[in-house]
Design a protein around this ligand. Structure first.
Ligand SMILES: Cc1cc2nc3c(=O)[nH]c(=O)nc-3n(C[C@H](O)[C@H](O)[C@H](O)COP(=O)(O)OP(=O)(O)OC[C@H]3O[C@@H](n4cnc5c(N)ncnc54)[C@H](O)[C@@H]3O)c2cc1C
Length: 470
């Protein structure tokens, strides 16, 4: 039986059960009231307030194996926390045994083989920091304190995606603890079906304890950063983004967004709190080539902020971190887009005008290129026809604003949805998005995912995720 608990309440666990598990672990085991419990049970999205019965802070693979076996033997719901960044709060479940991998942050780089081996509790910044020592980089996401685990098993995209495809396309091997509590390797030759499913299928098939990533030579100095203009300039800025990206080399990524200007030092004071259009740029090739590619933006008049310059790749990877603090309230709606049309720009601009929170945004991320070079069934992630991602990103401070902010995001999403490829990103799905949205995320790959689930996790031990039913 799963221990039950009312939402929002701490959960009692029998002292015998607690002590029994504690004796089998190398890392600490925490319950409500213990120092560190709150830090583990809270996640990036402050809307999510759930209380696991126990938190095992795993110190190695043996703790993960112990946790999986113990949960099964005692009928406990299991949840696993990487970086805790999932918007739906998939890392935490009421009454569950949580395996918090946050202490497993080792990274080993093999510069000769251009490979990085990373433990599953790493944040993106951990991997960037170690790989950049050698002038190398993995294909990760845009915010440095996101967990590599959730990001990679959901697909993953970032500034290097046009160059290398989904993050999961750059993984060569994973070490996995299965539902039976066994340790297996998954790669193209060993357990190839599991490997296929773990590259996009989320946490449905096992707990990954180690990822091996292919690396690219990159930087450390590149042309990257951000620029902003008043919101009236959005049509011009969007059109230029579209024009430059249409024939840009895959090393260039230009993200754009609409929001109210935060009181950031790089933005002119007189625009703080007012609508702006911004770009976040990363050219991962030579800095000189990058300068040429962004020259038209640099000469666009009226910028109210400009930190687009030669800088380190590591600094670029954390440029957006301050806009995404842990504990704020968040609600997203997202779609993959085949192109950027005038109609899309118009809709994005109109909905941005109705943002009432100082933190909400409409964002457009480039994908395409390398993503589309592989067949749709290359791995579970699919969506190889996606060229852009739109994220309607609600973000606000007070619980009393929840209903209005959620409605803002939903209204904007309903309006832009007809322009979607029909696909959506599994890692951007919110708490209530299930069934048909999971179907949209996987398309025809869902059938094979279901077969793999039946083979590797027939009892649905791994169900605190965007669940594929066995
Ligand atoms: C501010 C912010 C920025 C983001 N930027 C990007 C981006 O640029 N690109 C992008 O692709 N995505 C991005 N995302 C989405 C991100 O990929 C997902 O939120 C992802 O789930 C985060 O991984 P995590 O380890 O932090 O997740 P957690 O919340 O810790 O875990 C979420 C789920 O992932 C699965 N999981 C976690 N660890 C493991 C494991 N070891 N083995 C198997 N399954 C596991 C489990 O199902 C778990 O429940 C961003 C999210 C946020 C909040």
């Amino acid at each position: 039986m799963n221990p039950q608990t009312a939402a929002g309440q701490a959960m009692d666990v029998s002292p015998e059960l607690f002590d029994k598990l504690k004796a089998q672990l190398r890392g600490p085991l925490l319950k409500a009231g213990d120092p560190g419990y709150e830090d583990s049970r809270t996640v990036w999205n402050g809307m999510i307030q759930r209380h696991p019965s126990m938190v095992a802070r795993c110190l190695g693979v043996a703790d993960v194996v112990t946790g999986v076996r113990f949960a099964r033997e005692n009928g406990l719901t299991l949840c696993v926390k990487g970086g805790g960044h999932n918007i739906a709060g998939l890392a935490v479940a009421n009454g569950a045994l949580m395996l918090d991998l946050g202490a497993m942050r080792g990274v080993w780089v093999d510069p000769k083989e251009r490979m990085a081996r990373a433990q599953a509790g790493c944040l993106l910044g951990d991997v960037d920091r170690e790989t950049q020592l050698h002038g190398l980089a993995a294909t990760l996401g845009f915010v440095s304190n996101t967990g590599i685990a959730g990001l990679t098993v959901g697909g993953g995209f970032g500034y290097l995606t046009r160059r290398n495809g989904w993050t999961s396309d750059t993984v060569t091997e994973m070490e996995v603890v299965t539902a039976e509590g066994k340790i297996v390797r998954a790669n193209e030759r060993e357990n190839a079906d599991l490997f296929w499913g773990l590259r996009g299928g989320g946490g449905n098939f096992g707990i990954v304890t180690r990822f091996d990533y292919r690396l690219d030579p990159l930087g450390p100095e590149i042309m990257a950063g951000a620029m902003a203009w008043r919101e009236e300039r959005a049509p011009e800025v969007f059109a230029l983004q579209r024009e430059i990206m249409a024939d840009a080399p895959p090393e260039l990524a230009i993200v754009s967004g609409l929001r109210k200007a935060p009181p950031a030092p790089w933005l002119s004071k007189d625009v703080h709190g007012q609508g702006i259009v911004l770009i976040a740029v990363c050219h991962s090739g030579s800095a000189a080539d990058g300068e040429k590619l962004v020259a038209r933006f640099k000469s666009l008049d009226g910028a109210v902020g400009d930190v687009l310059q030669r800088r380190t790749y590591v600094s670029q990877q954390s440029l957006l971190d301050a806009t995404q603090p842990k504990g704020r309230r968040y609600y997203w709606k997202s779609e993959y887009l085949p192109k950027l049309s005038d109609e899309l720009f118009e809709k994005a601009i109109n909905h941005a005008k109705t943002i009432t929170s100082p933190h909400g945004a409409v964002l457009l991320f480039p994908i395409g290129d390398a993503v589309g070079r592989l067949p749709n069934d290359h791995s579970a992630v699919g969506n190889r026809d996606a060229r852009w991602v739109i994220n309607i990103a609600g973000s606000w401070d007070k619980a009393e604003d929840d209903a209005a902010q959620v409605e803002w995001a939903r209204t904007a999403w309903r309006d832009v949805r007809p322009l979607s490829t029909g696909g959506t990103y599994i890692n951007f799905l919110t708490e209530e998005e299930d069934g048909d949205r999971i179907q949209s995320a996987y398309g025809t790959n869902l059938t094979r995912l279901t077969e793999i689930k039946r083979k590797w996790d027939p009892e649905n031990v791994f169900r605190t995720n965007k669940n594929i039913k066995p």
